[in-house]
Design a protein around this ligand. Sequence first.
Ligand SMILES: [Zn+2]
Length: 99
Amino acid sequence: MIHYTCDLCGCSLGKERFEAKIEVAPVFNEEELAEEDFDKDHLQQIAHEISEMETTGEFELEETGAKNLKLDFCSQCAKRFMKSPLSPAPHSRVTFSNN
Ligand SMILES: [Zn+2]
């Protein structure tokens, strides 16, 4: 059985475990990418497709070093993370002074 620890506070996780999947991928500037290689129609179509992909979330970069990160959280850190993903890791304190 795999043993999980919380990636934020480091506590060991039992049955209750939260998982965050984060994809980090390079983003290309559509305008720079297409200006010279395509005519206007293509450019518009590409822009349209890209915006569609973004809204449907089916866009995948395969060959450009996109990276998927997986983080495990305890329930408290999961709540914290959902509220503010970029806040520094807490030191396993139970002092929630929100609001
Ligand atoms: Zn935690």
